[in-house]
Write a protein of this length. Sequence first.
Length: 205
Amino acid sequence: MRIFATVHDNSIRLWVEDNGIGIPPQHHEKIFGLFQRLHDNQAYPGTGIGLALVRKGAERLGGRAGVESQLGQGSRFWVELPAVTSNSDVAPDGEKAIELLTNLGSEVAPACVLLDVKLPTISGLEVLAWIRQQPNLKRLPVIMFTSSLLPEDINQAYDLGANSYLLKPSDLDALVSLAKTIEHYWLQLNTPPGCNVRHMAQAVS
């Protein structure tokens, strides 16, 4: 199996390539239907919903999904998503989040910060504590965006100065809706401290 990506002018395409039995061209669309299978469950176990969910998810994000294949020659499945220019800075762990915020400097502070409680290297709560100790960042709006429902995490976040504590939805539609709500309130309605701000900094896992 081979996984790779190709970049085009307005889109990014992720490919998953295998050397399996292949799929006849007349069935290329059928396999993306819900519960549609080309073989019985004894020959190839499965539910027939995986590819349908992949296509549905891609379409919800403004993209598409498909396959290139010939019988006996393997298959190349692809998911294509629009290329976007983001106004967010993203850090993969707590250490990188602190480095990012340090490098931004006092003149270009983010409008807000999204922090996951369970970050690698340094936890989101430790990053929050660090932010509140920085003279140029101490008033920065910080939103905890996490899957943790532990009362001690929630209480500690507010004790350390979090402005909001939001739970990550497991459903794609709910996640997209919440992301739009965050953007609308914190980037459009809310007035952040200072006047020269970037859009958003994120540290999520």
